[in-house]
Design a protein around this ligand. Structure first.
Ligand code: DGJ
Length: 736
């Protein structure tokens, strides 16, 4: 899979349908030759344009600055004459910023080395054993050095054959005598020719409007997606893709980068003077600075790259497979997730033991399996203005205590889950009164609160220990099988009473502490089902997926709004990761009424659960829940493991939405169709199915007739007789 051609000094990394090529110049610069459709031969060193001399009148003279401004670098460094975006900037002891890395040697090996302290993709021993079935995973490490700084820089590439993914990361070792500061380190770069009018696809959003698909034409200069909020955020997503004009689900070139990290990031494309595109991704350099004393090293997080010559759908399925196989570790990844009911939209802060038990009993009667107690069970928290940090049970509300509640819920026949927001501190809390210096803030400045709360300074190990123990102590006290880990504000006022001046820009320590805490949690409680969350879907990123197999997708549970949010999320994340619940109408975020059936169908394209006061539902609605829980059991395996195809987008056509999941063996498929807005005097709509076996005959449960896979895909399926707005239908196809 990974080949080194000694004569041409070219590395070629092959996956099932892609190839990636790197060349070494005589001086030792690492140049990017090619990324695209799979190649059968190693050739193409000439694409580095080593013989061209733009601007230099003397044709024999190869001037360095001209070279640096136009050479396609694998990892461009800053300060020495390449004025495009750099990926590595190191400042020396004298205050000079200049880095230049040249190839020294390389290593190629099977498998992949973990990234210390960071979430990252992996290969399990059993996956390695079955390698010859086209599932090989190999790593290339290019070891480079900057002799002046005395640093060694390792560029790591891992090729995942079956999933058509290449991951990249960078490690810097200080092997010299001086203390250095890394001022910028991005993990991946793709320098390509600006041959097409590429569009940049990003996933911007807002609270309750997360991950809307946006495409814009790029031009000269820099255009980006970024977060400086201390988390990945609702507003931008650590994902960018370059697509050729007219790219659809099935056609067009797609180059995608996705960051396995949960803090500040930058994903950027820059079109430069010589018609080149530089696509980069890494930790944002805002408030970033990392001291590296002699002997120390720094590991940058990983970027997932994928290329598709068959449009967005192929990219989606490569990423879904990759995350399911190589990033999510939880034992729940391959088991049926319990259908949960969460009391947030049912009660908000206003609940008692009695009320929760009532909900649990009715939920049990409807076929629900897990009860989750959300915010408001601790300290004096009767609204969102106090008590974060005081993680002891409010027995005035929960009479009998937590253990009594959990035992009673277990007796009803449901498992128990609980909500935490471990990274936070309310100024109105016993914790703050005892440790005001544990909150992130700038000395002498009134801290900016958000939702009346501050953030704990997790760079301080004592604070980290307190936060971890707060959660673990509660989990040790009762049989709790699920935790929702929330984060309801972003980071500002970046001052730490703990960190010294030289380490003041090491915000990364915060993110590393969150990772450490979640790692400890899932190790200490191996049966725990962890769901990450951040004020809805503000920390839905691959870094978090490494710890939790599911993430709360959005606080907007309206079925129509969810179509767009889940479309954007499912573009890059498997359905099994998308936290989705049926809630009450009128919907609490938009006031819209949608049929109960539609809410169930939309939530089915996710982890599936409920978030409403079931005790207030009519008998008819409760009967619908019973039907829906049955529906979930019937289809959950297909939805969790199948291939996802987007057939029509309500966000684009404004009338209807359609998507389907096909089992890996193509024996069954489930299509969801939602008529969002009805139109009068309209013939049936035609939807072209995808992913079926063209030679097979499928039986459809709705029309009760048989079709060839070929006609369903080429001719299309007709969808008629839906009446009203926001009505939906599931079509199940089974191979005869
Ligand atoms: C934000 C989450 O997204 C909600 O589901 C809920 O848990 C609230 N926080 C509680 O404060």
């Amino acid at each position: 899979m990974i080949i080194y051609d000694k004569k041409q000094h070219i590395f070629q990394l092959n996956t099932k349908s892609t190839s990636y090529m790197i060349g070494i110049t005589p001086e030792g610069y690492l140049g990017h030759i090619y990324y695209g459709e799979r190649l059968q031969h190693i050739d193409g060193g000439y694409l580095l344009r080593m013989e061209e001399y733009p601007y230099t009148p003397e044709r024999n003279k190869r001037e360095k600055c001209v070279f640096l401004e136009s050479f396609p670098m694998e990892l461009p460094t800053g300060g020495i004459g390449d004025f495009r975006e750099s990926c590595l900037d190191i400042r020396d002891e004298h205050g000079c910023l200049g880095t230049e890395i040249l190839y020294k040697e390389h290593r190629i090996y099977s498998g992949k080395t973990p990234l210390e302290g960071l979430p990252a993709s992996f290969v399990t021993a059993s996956q390695m054993d079955t390698e010859d079935a086209g599932t090989a995973v190999q790593t290339l490490e290019l070891i480079c050095q900057d002799r002046v700084l005395g640093v060694e820089v390792v560029l790591s590439y891992t090729a995942f054959e079956r999933e058509d993914v290449i991951t990249r990361s960078v490690r810097v070792h200080n092997r010299g005598e001086q203390t250095l500061t890394i001022e910028k380190i991005y993990s991946a770069c793709l320098d390509m020719d600006y041959e097409e009018d590429y569009e940049l696809l990003t996933l911007p959003g807002a609270w309750a409007r997360e991950r809307r698909i946006q495409r814009r034409r790029i031009g000269y200069g820099r255009q980006s997606a970024a977060s400086i909020r201390g988390e990945s955020g609702h507003q931008e997503h650590p994902f960018i893709a370059l697509v050729t004009p007219g790219t659809t689900q099935t056609q067009g070139d797609v180059y995608a980068m996705h960051f396995v990290y949960s803090g500040n990031f930058l994903g950027q494309v820059e079109v430069s003077q010589h018609d080149m595109i530089r696509m980069t991704m890494g930790i944002h350099s805002y408030e970033f600075g990392w001291k590296l004393t002699p002997g120390q090293s720094f590991q940058a997080p990983e970027v997932v790259l994928t290329y598709s010559s068959e449009g967005l759908g192929k990219m989606t399925r490569s990423l879904h497979d990759f995350y399911r196989e190589h990033l999510i570790r939880s034992r729940y990844k391959n088991t049926e997730r319990p259908i949960l009911i969460n009391n947030w939209e049912a009660t908000y802060f206003d609940f008692t033991t009695e009320k929760l038990l009532d909900i649990a009993q009715t939920a049990k009667d409807c076929g629900i399996e897990l009860f989750v107690m959300d915010d408001g069970w601790f300290g004096r928290r009767n609204n969102d203005e106090s008590s974060l940090g005081d993680w002891y049970v409010n027995e005035a509300k929960l009479t009998g205590g937590l253990k009594y509640l959990v035992d009673s819920i277990n007796k009803i026949g449901l498992k128990f889950g609980i909500w935490f927001e471990p990274e936070m501190i309310s100024p109105d809390s016993d914790l703050f009164r005892a440790h005001p210096d544990w909150m992130i803030q700038i000395p002498g400045r009134e801290p900016t609160l958000s939702r009346a709360q501050g953030v704990l300074d997790l760079s301080n190990p004592e604070v980290e220990e307190y936060a971890y123990e707060s959660v673990a102590r509660i989990l040790r006290s009762a049989p709790i099988m699920y935790v929702k880990w929330d984060m309801n504000r972003q980071l500002s006022d970046l001052g730490s009473a703990y960190l010294s001046k030289e380490h003041g820009r090491e915000l990364l320590r915060y993110v590393l502490a969150v990772y450490r805490m979640q790692e400890r949690l899932i190790k200490e409680f191996p049966d725990l089902l962890l769901e990450n969350c951040s004020g809805g879907g503000g920390r839905f990123d691959p870094g978090m997926l490494y710890y939790s197999p599911q993430i709360w997708c959005s606080d907007d549970t309206d079925a129509v709004e969810r179509l767009g949010i889940q479309e954007g999320t499912a573009l890059i994340y498997p359905l099994s990761t998308i936290g989705a619940h049926v809630s009450v109408c009128p919907n609490h975020t938009v006031g819209r009424n949608t049929p109960f059936v539609t809410r169930g169908h939309v939530a089915l394209a996710g982890t599936f659960g409920y978030e409403l006061d079931v005790t207030k539902l009519s008998e008819e609605e409760k009967a619908l829940i019973r039907e829906q829980t049955e529906m979930y059991h019937t289809y959950q395996l297909l939805i969790r493991n199948g291939d996802y195809y987007r057939l029509a987008s309500y966000a684009e056509n404004h009338y209807y939405d359609a998507y389907m999941v096909v089992s890996k063996d193509q024996k069954e498929a489930l299509m969801t169709f939602v008529q969002v807005l009805a139109e009068p005097n309209r013939r049936s709509r035609k939807v072209h199915l995808q992913g079926l076996d063209p030679e097979a005959v499928y039986y459809c449960d709705v029309t009760q007739r048989e079709y060839t896979g070929e006609i369903l895909m080429k001719g299309g399926m007709l969808i008629g007789d839906l009446w009203g707005d926001a009505v939906s239908r599931l079509y199940h196809f089974e191979k005869r």
